[in-house]
Design a protein around this ligand. Structure first.
Ligand SMILES: [Zn+2]
Length: 244
């Protein structure tokens, strides 16, 4: 979640269960249950399920997603909640910049085509990837995109340089190449990953790549929630203890 200087709440993906509700509550006051912008990177249930809980309990003002459809009942529920509540939405169909407020904007890098209503076996490939810019600070959110997308963005000369990288696909071996990291040059890498998951995330190769680049790597399976604060010029990690 991103809390902006003007007190807007931006939520990017919702996790695999209703836990998101407990995670949000310390940061959003009881009397202002509002999400100004909900972003769904792709419709896999480990990203989507929690968003349905949020749609039930919060006033969601806007939604951004990649337009991709899915047969899963969790996705169908998300669609019907979004429609029944008549929430304005934007589908990313090309690279574009979205201003949130003074000095704060998102650059959407991927996908760069109209995927409205399409259904894919592999949803990861078309995950939204975007950079949030605040003053001179920036965070790259990668969803679950894979190496092929990283290569396209490098080839297209997209400005990937960011202070914080949300590592793609829970640290999967199919993403986060050295070439990609060279373009981003992050100070911090955050891996959102479940403890003892059955996928073997994060991969040794990705951890190794991050280490080789001297990037401070923070893992949710090791230290839980990871919180940063930025004044637009510098970024501070608020977690008191972290393993590097
Ligand atoms: Zn995922």
């Amino acid at each position: 979640m991103v809390k902006t200087p003007k007190d807007k709440n931006i939520l990017i993906d919702g996790g695999p269960d209703r836990n998101i509700i407990y995670k949000l509550s310390p940061y959003i006051p009881q009397n202002k249950r509002t999400i100004d912008l909900m972003i769904l990177t792709h419709p896999d249930i480990d990203h989507l399920t929690g968003l349905n809980e949020v749609l039930e309990r919060y006033e969601v003002k806007n939604i951004i997603y990649n337009g991709v459809g899915d047969d899963d009942p969790v996705y169908k529920e998300w669609q019907s909640l979004k429609e029944n509540k008549k929430i304005p939405f934007l589908i990313i169909k090309e690279r574009e910049r979205l201003n949130i407020e003074n000095n704060l904007y998102f650059d959407f890098f991927w996908p760069k085509e109209d995927l409205t209503g399409k259904d894919f076996d592999n949803d990861n490939f078309y995950s939204l990837m975007m950079k949030m810019n605040f003053g001179s600070n920036s965070v790259l959110f990668t969803g679950d995109t894979e190496k092929e997308v990283e290569d396209i963005l490098i080839k297209d000369n997209v400005n990937l340089k960011s202070d914080i990288l949300k590592v793609s696909h829970h640290g999967s071996k199919n993403a986060t190449t050295l070439d990609f990291l060279e373009k981003i040059k992050p100070i911090y890498a955050v891996i959102s990953v479940g403890k003892d998951n059955s996928f073997g995330h994060p991969s040794f190769r990705v951890i190794n790549n991050l280490e080789r680049m001297g990037i401070t790597t923070l893992r949710t399976d090791e230290i839980g929630d990871i919180i940063f604060i930025s004044n637009g010029q510098s970024i501070k990690l608020l977690n008191k203890e972290h393993k590097i």
